[in-house]
Design a protein around this ligand. Sequence first.
Ligand SMILES: O=C(O)CCC(=O)C(=O)O
Ligand SMILES: [Fe+2]
Length: 398
Amino acid sequence: MQNAKTTSRVAPRGLHSEIMDDIDIAPPVGAPPLLPDDQVRQLCDHGYVGVVLPTELSYNADRLFQSAAAFFDMPIEEKLRFFPPSPNSTEQGYTHLPGEKEFVTLRHRTCQPRNVGSSSESSISSTAPHAQGAGSSTTLASHLENLMSLVWTDASRLLHRILTDVGARLGNVAPDAWDPLVADAWDVPPSPLEAGPSMLRVFRYEPRGGVADPHRDLGLLTLCICRGYGLEVWQRPGQGLSGSTMHDRDDSSHPLNAEMEARLPDHLHPHVKNTLQGPEEGNKTNIASSDGTTHSPPVATWKSAPSVTVLVGDTLSILSGRRIPAGRHRVVSSEDGRMSIVFALRATTRGTIELGPFGGSGAVDADALWQAISTRRVNVNVRKEIREKQRALSRANK
Ligand SMILES: O=C(O)CCC(=O)C(=O)O
Ligand SMILES: [Fe+2]
């Protein structure tokens, strides 16, 4: 990202040019703000905001919904063949939770047409009961992956622009401060070796069954593009941060309680350690957020999310020193089922993250930070029995 400081020696009208000769005027760094002030304030105060998609992203998201619907209609063997899940993880490939939902997740490219046709794969496809044969399912799967790749590219840029707006609201976070954090997230990584933690997922929830329990996402920002009702966001009472109370805290899913904090790696920077143990939702903010323009209900409540919603994740909340709350959300079942496209922009786990640009000091090991945030969380996208075990473990560790 461009960060060049150039010197302007053009004197504004009315000012003496000799005075201006000694003044360096740097042009603004980076792009102008994307979201209007009230939307940035909503995001920073409540952890979520509804946005309008840029035209191209909206167009490609529509195409992706169509392509994913056709993919989900394929026989399960085909879905697993083209998007094999990684062992012990739901964060790559195709997953089916019967009675609830199915989804395909990309953290790196997987469905390479050149793989299809090898002797082992053609024997699988010849047994698959797909009327149109392996050729068309190959086309369908690679079309799906190509559309996912286009949506990823546009979504990462959109969320990066929103991070820049958030940084301006936090005060003095340079527009390019986010760049090292998202260096591996601009486009779908070509292979597992290049993959980072960011991911793009397309869901199909079953009618009257598909849910996601209340949770916060782990990363920086998540974009949820919804088709159908069901996504709900936690609307905090009061006017943003200064209106938050202890009552609307979700301690059951707090990333780290005091006991777990003891297990944090020693090299994790004290600024981050303190933030991890601190209140989930900031009450130590200096952000001028209460200007009386936001009207929130007097008690915390679930409300239907906008059809395109951006959510703050735990990593961004922590980097902000908890001045920005992570957006708590859930999916409730709906009569007709629903589909969604979810892009989670997460901070890299490679190298170190400098805290200076975000108002801290020193640096943290990027992987240690990710582990500290993600360990012992309930994964809302695994089978119910596993979710229940994770919840019990998380309670036992309090
Ligand atoms: O389906 C959605 O819109 C959101 C799902 C979700 O919150 C998640 O998978 O983390
Ligand atoms: Fe989520």
